[in-house]
Write a protein that binds this ligand. Structure first.
Ligand code: ATP
Ligand code: MG
Length: 454
C-alpha cells in the first residue's frame, strides 16, 4: 500500500466540538471500538455540522475494523449492502452506520447495486467479481476496496465533508484542507472536479445543496467543472436523482437551490419539458411562481413543518400542469380527464430521468384534481372530499396559491373552516341575475322509473 498523506491535526483546544454535542449512541460506539484497540472516527456531515454549530442529521462512524470484526463487537449489529460491506448498529429509535475505511470509490446506494434495476444505456452492469467498474462515460459503478484513513478521506466528495473527529484525543483530522474551506465558506471537490463529477454526477447536486443550505460559495474551478458536466447529470440513476432532488428542494433553502441548479445547467436536462415552458413566457410574463412557491415551502420548513413529496411536486409543477390541462379543456376534454392527461404526460417524460414513485404521481394528480373540486362550495358530498388521502396537501396547495397570488380566497376560507370544524360553514348565496332561470337538467329522470331499484 502506498504511503498515506500526512493530515493536519486540530487539537481539542482549537475547535468547538465537545462530546456533549455528539449523539450518545455514536459516542458509545466510538469508545467501544477504541477500547478494542481499533481506530474510530466520527466523519462526514456530522463533523462538518458540529464545527459550524449546526445540528447534524446523522452521525457516521468509520473504523479500521472490518465488518465481521464490528459484528463480533456489537450484538445490535447487522451487516448490510452487497457483500455485507457496511455495519448498521440498531438502537431503540435510530440506526448508526459504521463503515470500514475505504479506498477511492463514490458512494454506492442500494439502488445502484440492485441487480433488478435496469442499467442505463452504455453502462456496464456491476458484477460481484469485478471490484472496479467504469462505464463508457467514466462513471465509477462499483468499487469495494478497504483502505487507510487517508484514502477514506480522499474518496469523499468535498473537503468540508472529509473531516474526522478522533475519539482518542478529541482532535480533528484534516487531510484535505476542509477546516480552512469551512472557515471561508467554500465548497471544493477533493481532487480534480472534472474527474470527481464524471465519476459520480450526483455530486453536482450535492455541491449545490450544500452551497444553498450552508450559504457557501462553490469554488470557481469546481463551479466551472459543474457547468461543463451538467448535461451528464442524467447519467446518474433515476432513483438516486429523485432522492437527491427531494433533499435539495426540501432542505429549507430550496429556492436558493433551485436558482443554483438553473444557473449551473443541472435543471434543464432533468426537467426538459417544464424548462421549455419556463423559458417561454406566458402573456409576456416570466414564470416565477415556482420560485415564490419554493420560498413559501422554505418558510414552512423554517417553522418546523414538513412538506410531502407530492405537495412539493405540485407546488413546483402545478402552474405548468394546470396550464396544460386548461389547454386540453379548450379542446373539449373534461376537467378531470385534462388533469389526468397533463399529469400522465409529465410523468411519462420525468420518471425515466427522476424516479418519481407511482404513489407520489397519484397523489400529485389528486392534489391538482382537488383544486377543481374546491371551486364548488360545498358541491356534492363534501364529506367525501375531506376523506381523500390528498386532502390535507391539496388544501395546503390552495393556501400557498392564495398567499402567493391572492387567488382562491373564498374557496380556501370555506374548506379550511369545513375541515377544521367538520361542520358546514354557511355558503354565500350567489345572486341570480334577472332572467337567468336555471336550464333544465338534461339528466331528469323519466317518469315511471322507480327511484330505488334495490
Ligand atoms: P447530510 O447532512 O445531508 O446527511 P452528509 O454530508 O452527511 O450530509 P451523507 O449523504 O449523509 O451526506 O453522506 C455522508 C458522507 O459520505 C459525506 O459527508 C461524504 O463524506 C460522503 N459522501 C456522500 N455522498 C458522496 C458521494 N456521492 N461521493 C463521495 N462521497 C460522498
Ligand atoms: Mg449525513
Amino acid at each position: 500500500m502506498e504511503q498515506d498523506i500526512i493530515p493536519r491535526i486540530i487539537p481539542r483546544a482549537e475547535h468547538r466540538i465537545s462530546r456533549s454535542l455528539i449523539n450518545p449512541n455514536a459516542l458509545r460506539i466510538l469508545y467501544r471500538l477504541k477500547d478494542n484497540g481499533n481506530i474510530a472516527y466520527l466523519v462526514g456531515g456530522s463533523v462538518r455540522d458540529l464545527l459550524l454549530g449546526r445540528e447534524p442529521k446523522d452521525f457516521d462512524v468509520v473504523t479500521d475494523a472490518t465488518p465481521l470484526q464490528i459484528k463480533k463487537l456489537f450484538r445490535n449489529c447487522r451487516l448490510v449492502g452487497r457483500r455485507f460491506r457496511l455495519a448498521h448498529l440498531h438502537f431503540k429509535d435510530e440506526i448508526i452506520e459504521v463503515a470500514t475505511f475505504r479506498a477511492s470509490a463514490p458512494e454506492e446506494t442500494e439502488e445502484e447495486l440492485d441487480p433488478t434495476m435496469p442499467a442505463r444505456v452504455g453502462a456496464v452492469r456491476p458484477s460481484r467479481h469485478q471490484p472496479h467498474l467504469v462505464s463508457e462515460e467514466g462513471v465509477v459503478l462499483r468499487d469495494n476496496l478497504f483502505g487507510t484513513a487517508g484514502e477514506d478521506a480522499l474518496r469523499r466528495d468535498f473537503t468540508i465533508n472529509a473531516l474526522a473527529y478522533n475519539i482518542v484525543d478529541f482532535s480533528i483530522i484534516d487531510y484535505v484542507g476542509g477546516v480552512e474551506d469551512l472557515e471561508r465558506g467554500v465548497i471544493r471537490t477533493i481532487g480534480d472536479p472534472m474527474i470527481r463529477f464524471t465519476e459520480d454526477p450526483v455530486r453536482m447536486l450535492r455541491a449545490v445543496r450544500f452551497a444553498a443550505l450552508l450559504g457557501f460559495t462553490i469554488e470557481e474551478k469546481s463551479w466551472r467543472a459543474l457547468e461543463a458536466n451538467a448535461p451528464a447529470i442524467t447519467l446518474a440513476t433515476a432513483p438516486r436523482l429523485y432522492e437527491e432532488l427531494l433533499k435539495l428542494f426540501l432542505s429549507g433553502e430550496g429556492e436558493k437551490g433551485y436558482q443554483l441548479v438553473r444557473k449551473g445547467g443541472l435543471f434543464t436536462p432533468l426537467f426538459p419539458g417544464f424548462s421549455a415552458w419556463l423559458d417561454s413566457e406566458s402573456d409576456g410574463f416570466p414564470h416565477i411562481r415556482i420560485s415564490r412557491n419554493l420560498e413559501w415551502i422554505d418558510q414552512l420548513n423554517g417553522r418546523g413543518k414538513t412538506v410531502s413529496p407530492p405537495l412539493l411536486f405540485a407546488l413546483m409543477f402545478g402552474e405548468y400542469l394546470e396550464e396544460r390541462a386548461a389547454n386540453m379543456r379548450e379542446e373539449g376534454v373534461t376537467p378531470q380527464e385534462a388533469v389526468n392527461a397533463a399529469v400522465a404526460i409529465f410523468l411519462a417524460e420525468e420518471v425515466p430521468l427522476v424516479a418519481i414513485p407511482h404513489r407520489v404521481g397519484l397523489a400529485l394528480r389528486d392534489i391538482l384534481t382537488l383544486q377543481n373540486r374546491f371551486q364548488r362550495i360545498p358541491g356534492k358530498r363534501p364529506e367525501a372530499i375531506l376523506g381523500r388521502l390528498a386532502f390535507k396537501d391539496a388544501l395546503t396547495y390552495l393556501r400557498c396559491r392564495y398567499e402567493v397570488t391572492g387567488e382562491g380566497a373564498k374557496a380556501l376560507a370555506w374548506w379550511e373552516l369545513y375541515s377544521r370544524d367538520n361542520a358546514m360553514p354557511p355558503v354565500e348565496k350567489k345572486k341570480e341575475p334577472a332572467g337567468s332561470a336555471k336550464p333544465r337538467s338534461r339528466r331528469r329522470r323519466r317518469k315511471g322509473v322507480p327511484k330505488n331499484v334495490n
